[in-house]
Design a protein around this ligand. Structure first.
Ligand code: NAD
Length: 247
């Protein structure tokens, strides 16, 4: 049996399958990941740009990176990987996506059960007075937007290093990991905790880990049951085609 047939069999036999996705899923939409050689961390040192203390110290500096990221996410369109995951949900074969991405592309591709582990860059909030702003309330120009209540510079509602994961997202994803028979791990280096613990929880309960990545990760030789190598925009549609064949 080839790897696709094996992955399809696992999904067919699973009563609840979840997906953990990362930046790799959106690379084919034109948004670079963080850790690849052409990734954002090559240009922006995470300790200097992605820690909450750095934002508190100098929000204008951090907005240089945010403007660049927003420019990419605003013009990006869902790719065939996002669409294939939405199709799996429609087919009744995928319960939910737990995404580390902040680009809203799973929702725009039609996925309904999406848990945003690291927030969503379309929303803004004030870290000083707690005011929250939806995308319609601001047109992002060339200056960092300021809070309408206290005039401090706003922060996108994404999780920086040093911040806690949104409570509901953490609770719900742990509940799912403790119920799922299978997890698809797609386009993530699986090194950012606690998202990285999700496949381990599934595996520790006897569930299966199907990994889909360009390159091997720390999971591949440790807990991965089936490894589908390649770009997510190719491998996910191939997995859907395999599942349709065996309908
Ligand atoms: P990462 O950069 O650590 O890892 C990306 C993984 O995807 C790597 O293993 C890489 O080999 C793989 N990959 C790259 N292109 C791929 C492709 N076309 N198909 C399949 N796999 C591919 O990303 P991460 O693990 O998600 O962690 C980075 C953190 O940065 C996350 O917390 C996320 O919030 C954030 N981030 C989000 C976005 C986004 O929203 N699109 C973009 C960059 C970073």
């Amino acid at each position: 049996m080839d790897n696709y047939a094996e992955a399809a069999k696992i999904i067919k036999n699973s009563s609840l399958t979840i997906a953990l996705t990362g930046a790799g899923v959106s690379v084919e939409s034109g948004i670079p990941d963080f850790r690849s050689p052409t990734g954002l961390w090559e240009k922006y040192n995470p300790a200097e740009y992605a820690h909450i203390d750095a934002f508190r110290r100098d929000p204008r500096k951090i907005w240089n990176m945010i403007f660049e990221l927003m420019g990419m996410t605003n013009s990006a369109q869902p790719n065939s990987a996002h669409l294939a995951l939405a199709e799996l949900e429609n087919m009744g074969l995928l319960h939910s996506i737990i995404t580390q991405n902040i680009d809203n592309l799973h929702q725009r591709a039609g996925s309904k059960n999406v848990i945003e582990f690291h927030g969503n860059a379309e929303y803004l909030h004030c870290i000083y007075c707690g005011a929250q702003y939806s995308p319609e309330e601001f047109v992002i120009g060339t200056e960092p937007p300021a809070c309408k209540s206290c005039n401090e510079i706003l922060k996108p509602s994404v999780i920086f290093f040093g911040e806690t994961i949104p409570y509901d997202a953490l609770l719900e994803s742990q509940k799912l990991a403790n119920t799922a028979d299978a997890v698809l791990v797609v386009g993530t280096s699986a090194v950012v905790y606690p998202a990285s613990s999700i496949p381990h929880i599934v595996k520790s309960r006897g569930g299966s880990v199907i990994e889909m990545n360009l390159e091997q990760t720390v999971l591949t030789s440790s807990i991965t049951d089936v490894y589908l190598q390649g770009s997510a925009g190719e491998t996910l549609p191939m997995l859907v085609a395999q599942l349709r064949k065996s309908e």
